[in-house]
Structures are given as structure tokens and as C-alpha cells.
Design a protein around this ligand. Structure first.
Ligand SMILES: C[S@@+](CC[C@H](N)C(=O)[O-])C[C@H]1O[C@@H](n2cnc3c(N)ncnc32)[C@H](O)[C@@H]1O
Length: 221
């Protein structure tokens, strides 16, 4: 996502330091202290402008939500929303998915959302895809038993890749594959992201994949 840096963003970050953290290595295993309760913590990686997670947090005050985004300017749009709403169960993180294991302790995250992740179509960039085996390994470490991974995309290539990758991982169980989310029963309660809305407006199908890890963690993944 290419977003021009705007002066208002710097001011917003300076004025709202209680609402976000950059690269929160020191909060690993301590997120309940940030939220000041023991509610389950759900994570969206690549939250972009954050319409999805804001709505999710509003709908579920009994859960905590963390929006992780590498692009500070994209996250500034979410920070702007959060600075107005000040949802006590939503926290913003500037960080890299590659480092999730350094931000979260084992089992600290109870559900993971990947929405419209960058497709990285060239095979030499496979390791950057957020559903590549190297990332699944990291997710397995931070996810609690029974946690789900919910992945939505408009990109058929990335969707097929993600299904294949997960199907090939003995530790992953696929729960749902849907090739047309918006015209199915799964659409009930579906919260659209900014990208999802754009693609839906163009009449493109939206794909949904849900999975979880088997209970035991072993060394392979
Ligand atoms: C195509 S956008 C989708 C944004 C939003 N999820 C939506 O559906 O509207 C993908 C987002 O993932 C972020 N992203 C890509 N790689 C990332 C990484 N390694 N760690 C964290 N965020 C990442 C990008 O900066 C971008 O904002």
C-alpha cells in the first residue's frame, strides 16, 4: 500500500502515544497489562487503515484487539479513528509480521486475521507472503490452542497458494474454503475491510480460508 506521508500523521503519533507502540519487544507476554484485563487477545496482521479491526473491537468489547501494521502512514489512518473513539479494547502496533514471535509470547494470541495480504506473485518473493510456511511457523508459536487463522483475499493466486501451503503442513487443519464469501452464508456478520470493499465494488469475488493448528506443537513447524 503506497500512502504519501502527511504532516498530520506525525502530530497524531506525538499526541496519542498511549494508543500505540512501535516494535513492542518489551510487551511480549505482558499484553494483559496494556489492556488492564485478562480478555483474550486477537491480532490482525497488515491491518492497513483498520476499518475491520475497529468494527470488530466495537462489536466485541469482551475481547482485546491488536492491529499490527508495518506502514506507519497506513496505521495513522487507524490511529486517527482510534484517537476519536478511544476503544479500550483496541491497541495499535507499528511492526513487522516477521517479528511476531518477538512481540507475543507463546499462546498469547487467541485468533489471527490476515486480510488482503500483499500477494507477492513472483516466486523469488514467496517468503514475504504472509501465508508462507516461514510465517505459519511463527504464528503457531504465538497462537493459543484452538486459535483460528482467518484469511481473506481477492487474489486467486495467493488464495490457492495459501490453501496448498496449509494443506501441506501436517500441523495445520483447514476448516473452511470459500470461493465467494459475499454470496454465501459465511457473509452473515462479515466485516469488510477497506480493500475488500474496493474489490467488491468492482464485482470481484472474495475468497475466505479458515484454519487452525493441531493441539501439539512440535519442532517441524
Ligand atoms: C493490501 S493491504 C490490506 C490492508 C487491509 N488489511 C485491508 O484489507 O484493507 C496489506 C497491508 O499489509 C501490510 N503489510 C505487508 N507486509 C507486512 C508485514 N510484514 N508486517 C506487517 N504489515 C504488513 C501493508 O503495509 C499493507 O498495509
Amino acid at each position: 500500500m503506497r500512502i504519501k506521508r502527511r504532516p498530520w500523521a506525525d502530530e497524531l503519533y506525538a499526541e496519542n502515544q498511549d494508543l500505540f507502540r512501535k516494535f513492542p519487544y518489551d510487551l511480549r507476554g505482558k499484553w494483559h497489562e496494556v489492556f488492564k484485563n485478562n480478555q483474550p487477545i486477537e491480532l490482525e496482521i497488515g491491518a492497513g487503515k483498520g476499518g475491520f479491526i475497529t468494527q470488530l473491537a466495537q462489536n466485541n468489547p469482551n475481547k482485546n484487539y491488536i492491529a499490527l501494521e508495518i506502514n506507519e502512514m497506513a496505521l495513522a489512518y487507524l490511529l486517527r479513528k482510534q484517537a476519536e473513539k478511544r476503544l479500550t479494547n483496541l491497541f495499535l502496533v507499528v511492526g513487522n509480521a516477521d517479528e511476531v514471535g518477538q512481540y507475543f509470547a507463546e499462546g498469547e494470541v487467541s485468533n489471527l486475521y490476515l486480510n488482503f495480504s500483499d500477494p507477492w506473485p513472483k516466486s523469488k518473493h514467496e517468503k514475504r507472503r504472509l501465508t508462507a510456511p516461514n510465517f505459519l511457523r511463527k504464528y503457531h508459536q504465538i497462537l493459543a490452542t484452538d486459535a483460528t487463522i482467518q484469511f481473506k483475499t481477492d487474489n486467486q493466486g495467493l488464495f490457492i497458494y495459501s490453501i496448498t501451503t496449509m494443506a501441506n503442513e501436517p500441523e495445520v487443519l483447514i476448516d473452511k474454503i470459500n470461493f465467494d464469501l459475499h454470496h454465501s452464508d459465511d457473509n452473515v456478520g462479515n466485516i469488510r475491510t477497506e480493500y475488500e470493499q474496493k474489490f467488491a465494488d468492482k464485482g470481484q469475488p472474495i475468497y475466505l480460508l479458515k484454519s487452525h493448528f493441531k493441539e501439539e506443537k512440535n519442532e517441524r513447524i
